[in-house]
Design a protein around this ligand. Structure first.
Ligand code: OVM
Length: 311
């Protein structure tokens, strides 16, 4: 099947440019105004931005595969710096097998235990912030909180975890193109990979955390021990940066909308709704990629296989 290049709506917008990243929403509006399907010539990728099309792309994994990777790098053609995630970057039925193992960890009891531990840490961090009088929201609260509670829940012993921020930068940097800042992080790939690898080992984890429960599923034969290690890694990849960003963006939104901050101070029971709304208002994860697996027609345009689709 031939791609009907003549009928493509093409844009030279670069979603990874500084100006786009500084103000993504006006750029999204520009892209949406161009129609339901736009070809970004700079990267040779399709972009869909409207709800109906995004929903189709995100749910039709047979035509829009996850196995090509969650970012710009197309695993069908290139290698990423780390092994693909076996929960994010994989299609059913493999995905269902790994997802089942993870979902089983989140029983009401396990969530309750996490809630208590997370609350305790949050309260003590807030208490020391108040005692300090003046704080930097991001470096004193927003960043340290997920860096403590998530690895704790996984079963990582207390140790210097700062390298995890470098790892997070590398994981999420890999969702975009090569840039000087990403290249700089990648220069530490060997050291960071070795650290993450070592700390996801069963022997490096406590025997009562989420990590131990994942290894128990491997003992039962549902997944291999190597897969267990990659699922532990997924907790450390997916949970930390996204949560730091979500809380940080929430604080920024409140700072930029003092009347909302005032309403929240007036009625702290609004905190949960405010945080949830903030994750919709300015989300930490704004785009994902799929890769087409075959040639087909979509929105009146022909798609060639193994093309990236960004939404
Ligand atoms: C993973 C992973 C990494 C980044 C994001 C994510 C949003 C998952 O390694 O599984 O989900």
């Amino acid at each position: 099947m031939q791609i009907a290049t003549d009928r493509r709506v093409v844009s030279d917008i670069d979603p990874f440019s500084e100006s786009f990243r500084a103000d993504p929403y006006s750029h999204y509006a520009q892209l949406r105004a161009l129609g339901p399907l736009v070809w970004l010539e700079k990267y040779g990728i399709w972009v869909v931005q409207h709800h109906a099309q995004v929903k189709t792309v995100l749910t039709d994994w047979k035509r829009f595969s996850n196995a090509g990777g969650g970012g710009l790098t197309n695993y069908f053609k290139e290698k990423n710096w780390r092994k693909p995630s076996i929960i994010l970057e994989v299609d059913p039925p493999e995905h269902e097998r790994t997802r089942r193992v993870l979902m089983r960890l989140f029983t009401p009891g396990a969530l309750q235990k996490m809630r208590e531990e997370f609350t305790q840490v949050a309260q003590s961090m807030v208490a020391s912030a108040i005692a300090q009088g003046q704080v930097d929201g991001v470096s004193d609260l927003v960043q340290p909180f997920p860096m403590k509670v998530f690895p704790d829940a996984v079963g990582m012993p207390p140790l210097d975890r700062d390298i995890m921020l470098v790892y997070g930068g590398m994981v999420f940097g890999a969702f975009g193109p090569r840039t000087p800042w990403y290249d700089q992080l990648l220069s530490r790939a060997d050291e960071v990979s070795a650290w993450i690898d070592a700390h996801c080992e069963r022997s490096a984890l406590t025997d009562d955390g989420l990590g131990a429960a994942i290894y128990a599923a491997a003992d039962g034969g549902e997944i291999t021990h190597e897969e267990a290690k990659l699922l532990v890694r997924s907790f450390l990849s997916a949970g930390v940066d996204t949560t730091i960003d979500s809380i940080g963006l929430c604080l920024r939104a409140l700072a930029e909308h003092p009347e909302q901050w005032a309403a929240l101070r007036e009625d702290p029971s609004l905190a949960r709704a405010a945080f949830e709304e903030a994750t919709r208002y300015d989300s930490s994860s704004q785009s994902l990629f799929r890769t087409t697996t075959e040639d087909f027609e979509f929105e009146g345009r022909c798609w060639a296989s193994t093309k990236r689709c960004w939404c």
